[in-house]
Ligand binder design. Structure first.
Ligand SMILES: Nc1ncnc2c1ncn2[C@@H]1O[C@@H]2COP(=O)(O)O[C@H]2[C@H]1O
Length: 239
């Protein structure tokens, strides 16, 4: 088993939590002033490079990560060693609260798809906030309920959509997650293999279907970059 977090690069200077985007966007918004000061003093900040693993399946979670910058993928490996990307987690979100609360080892891995900055909140502090601050525990519960709903929708999408429909859905989802750069290309750099594992298909069939979408003028492809040309048409296809 990996020892949680020690392999990531510890950042020298730790920023305070008061103005942090994760505090604004996540359940941490329910913490009071004293708790936020305590959080600033007990958390550690890390740099995670693209491709580095934050935690793996089977790891014991000794705390949760706050995503300050960058995006990671949540990956599940099957018995044949094939991985599926279940979700992308972006800046402002927390990572690992399900395993910490359930006291189970992690059943998923988290891997950076771009350079990230994350903070680590130890389990002991998190559980003190959880037990002493009702508003915070309600917010965490709401988050986990929302994630359960998402997980249900994900599995229903995979069951009822064709591969092409899932690819259209994934491209729209990536646009929602990351937006577009000034040239209109998706603002997240994923390999064709990563797109295929998000869609749930082989890389070759993903490449073939991307070419079909391009031929139908729904998307533009330049090297690894993808631009959605007709959002409405792609949305019709995804549904
Ligand atoms: N839909 C989702 N399915 C699984 N994990 C999710 C989802 N959304 C967010 N997550 C986060 O990803 C984390 C993976 O590790 P945990 O299961 O401990 O906690 C999970 C949540 O913090």
């Amino acid at each position: 088993m990996r020892i949680f977090a020690v392999e990531l690069k510890l950042l020298g200077m730790s920023a305070k939590c008061e103005q942090c985007i994760v505090r604004e966007l996540s359940s941490l918004k329910a913490l009071n002033k004293d708790e936020i000061i305590h959080l600033s003093n007990c958390k550690d900040s890390y740099e995670v490079k693209k491709g580095e693993t934050i935690f793996s399946e089977g790891d014991t979670m000794n705390g949760v990560y706050c995503i300050k910058e960058g995006t990671c993928k949540i990956v599940k490996m099957n018995s044949k060693g094939k991985s599926t990307i279940l979700k992308f987690i972006k800046k402002g979100e927390l990572l690992g609260q399900r395993s910490v609360l359930s006291e189970e080892v992690s059943n998923l891995s988290a891997v950076a798809v771009e350079d990230m900055k994350v903070c680590f909140i130890p389990k002991k502090e998190l559980m003190t906030f959880f037990n002493e601050n009702n508003k915070f525990s309600l917010e965490v519960t709401k988050d986990i309920c929302h994630q359960l709903k998402e997980a249900n929708e994900f599995s229903s999408n995979h069951t009822h959509r064709t591969v092409k429909e899932r690819l259209a859905f994934t491209l729209l989802h990536l646009y929602e997650l990351a937006g577009a750069d000034t040239d209109g290309f998706l603002n997240i750099q994923l390999s064709r293999e990563e797109i295929a594992s998000t869609v749930g298909t082989a890389t070759e069939s993903c490449i073939r279907l991307l070419a079909e979408l391009k031929k139908a003028d729904l998307i533009e492809l330049t090297g690894k970059r993808i631009k959605i040309v007709h959002h409405n048409e792609l949305r019709k296809l995804a549904n």
